[in-house]
Design a protein around this ligand. Structure first.
Ligand SMILES: Cc1cc2nc3c(=O)[nH]c(=O)nc-3n(C[C@H](O)[C@H](O)[C@H](O)COP(=O)(O)O)c2cc1C
Length: 190
């Protein structure tokens, strides 16, 4: 029997009706066996300020510790984000900056799977490209394939709000399985 894994997912959007958050909620139903996932929000985080981070300050803001604590529990991270102005949404970048600091960073060397959706034609591709630099900085273990860029996402929900793009659903399922496989293989090699 394989080890149980826990994923922590982060959406790049705070919008109540966010397509990307809805896709993460769909992903909760597409998890591989013996895997759980929770969605961690960053809506309460302040702007990054080194004066309130270690080692200058002796403690970090409570909301930051809470967010880092939730990521810490993750065997692997899942991110679904829109593209803002051809790049990573500022709020998400800010949250990841808070999580990135220190040797105890909950991102450091962790497996990660990225996906994104946009109402336009490009399906978040430029945001995903921008993420390569962050993944490199955090030395994260990226599941590159399958790539999931969901274009024209507004047409891909039914009237009840259910995500109905079967191709994307299949890809998400495969990517979550690939994330699980990578995570388990890294556990074995340690
Ligand atoms: C500040 C801002 C910049 C945006 N820039 C882009 C962009 O570069 N490319 C794109 O495809 N969509 C862009 N959009 C549109 C978003 O993809 C769209 O609002 C999307 O629905 C946001 O994701 P969400 O539904 O998960 O909140 C932008 C939206 C905002 C608010």
């Amino acid at each position: 029997m394989s080890k149980n894994l826990h994923f922590v997912a982060v959406s790049g959007s705070l919008r109540k009706d966010s397509f990307n958050s809805a896709i993460l909620r769909t992903a909760l139903e597409l998890l591989p066996e013996n895997t759980t996932m929770e969605i961690a929000s960053w809506n309460e985080l302040p702007f990054y300020n080194g004066d309130f981070d270690l080692p200058i300050s002796t403690f970090r803001p409570e909301s930051v510790e809470k967010f880092r604590g939730r990521l810490k529990k993750a065997d692997a991270i899942v991110i679904a984000s829109p593209e803002y102005n051809y790049s990573i949404p500022g709020g998400l970048k800010n949250a990841l900056d808070w999580a990135s600091r220190g040797e105890d960073s909950p991102l450091l060397r962790k497996p990660v799977a990225l996906m994104g959706a946009s109402p336009g034609m490009w399906g978040s591709i430029r945001m995903q490209f921008a993420f390569h630099a962050l993944f490199q900085a955090f030395d994260m273990k990226v599941v590159h394939k399958p790539e999931i860029m969901i274009a024209q996402v507004a047409n891909k929900f039914d009237e009840s709000g259910k995500f109905i793009d079967q191709v994307a659903i299949g890809l998400i399922k495969k990517k979550l399985q690939a994330l699980k496989d990578l995570t388990l293989s890294l556990l074995v090699s340690h």
